[in-house]
Design a protein around this ligand. Structure first.
Ligand SMILES: C[S@@+](CC[C@H](N)C(=O)[O-])C[C@H]1O[C@@H](n2cnc3c(N)ncnc32)[C@H](O)[C@@H]1O
Length: 261
């Protein structure tokens, strides 16, 4: 009897806890405060993360290499201290043709210092920053999970407008199968997470179907969706991470798309 009662109470507590998590709103100002607070840590640690070394970085490399050489203009969304921008440059995109938009002024200050030839704007991606049909390609790495549905729809609308017809867009983010496990949520909603560089902050879980639908609804044509795991090479170089990530079916999802001609 006591066992059933304890089980019943635990169930109620779990439900209340889950409701509390889904109620939290993803205020862009919280993102700003979180990333200002973590700016130095993020700069120091983010390039050494196994997920960047084995998954995120190579995805950006492949995308950058597939872009036409020359005067390709690229918009990096949520550019932080410039980790993605550096990779674009290493792969042949001219720094003067790169625009980063980032909500955290402290991150932008670091990026401007590190890559003075590129342009970095402090701003919310859910606000229009770039002219219509002015961009050849856009990159977004590990940002989408910070955007709730209303914000994501705005970001998609402005990205679609800013891209030239035929313009390419890559979005890489935490895989929905991972955020489902970390959050305990079955439907879309926000939850508190501990970032790999140490700080805590809000993330947003949406299902794989909802995620792809958001881009299709915005008008993008999806060219490829990849469900990505930590490759076996990481077992040697990052054994703890490799082990930690085994409990998730996938850890990143990559969506490659374009604006129709
Ligand atoms: C996990 S970091 C990834 C940074 C970068 N893309 C990278 O991979 O190195 C997420 C970044 O998105 C930024 N961000 C979150 N919401 C944003 C918004 N609404 N507008 C602009 N930047 C945002 C955060 O401030 C943070 O710098």
């Amino acid at each position: 009897m006591i066992k059933y009662y304890v089980g019943y109470c635990q169930n109620k507590m779990d439900k209340l806890h889950k409701m509390e998590r889904t109620r939290k709103k993803l205020d862009p100002n919280i993102q700003k405060t979180t990333y200002d607070r973590d700016a130095k840590l993020f700069k120091e640690k983010s390039q050494q993360l196994s997920t960047w070394i084995y998954i995120g970085g190579p995805e950006i490399d492949k995308f950058a290499k597939s872009l036409p050489k020359g005067e390709t203009v690229v918009w990096d969304q949520g550019s932080a201290s410039g980790r993605v921008v550096k990779r674009l440059i290493e792969n042949g995109v001219k720094p003067e043709n790169i625009i980063g938009v980032e909500i955290s002024p402290d991150q932008v200050a670091i990026a401007r210092k590190e890559i003075p030839q590129a342009t970095f704007i402090v701003g919310d991606l859910a606000t229009k920053h770039l002219k219509d049909n002015s961009i050849d390609a856009a990159t977004q790495h590990m940002v989408c999970e910070h955007l709730d549905d209303a914000t994501l729809n705005k970001v998609n609308e402005f990205t679609f407008d800013a891209l030239k017809p035929g313009g390419r867009y890559i979005v890489v983010l935490t895989h929905p199968s991972k955020t489902a496990i970390s959050s305990g949520l079955s439907g879309s909603g926000s939850f508190t997470t501990t970032f790999p560089w140490g700080g805590e902050g809000l993330n947003y879980h949406r299902t794989r179907e909802d995620l792809i639908k958001a881009y299709k609804d915005a008008g993008f044509e999806i060219d490829g969706v990849k469900d990505l795991k930590m490759p076996v090479e990481a077992k040697k170089t990052h054994p703890d991470d490799y082990q930690k990530y085994q409990k998730y079916p996938y850890i990143r999802i990559s969506l490659d798309m374009h604006k129709p001609e």
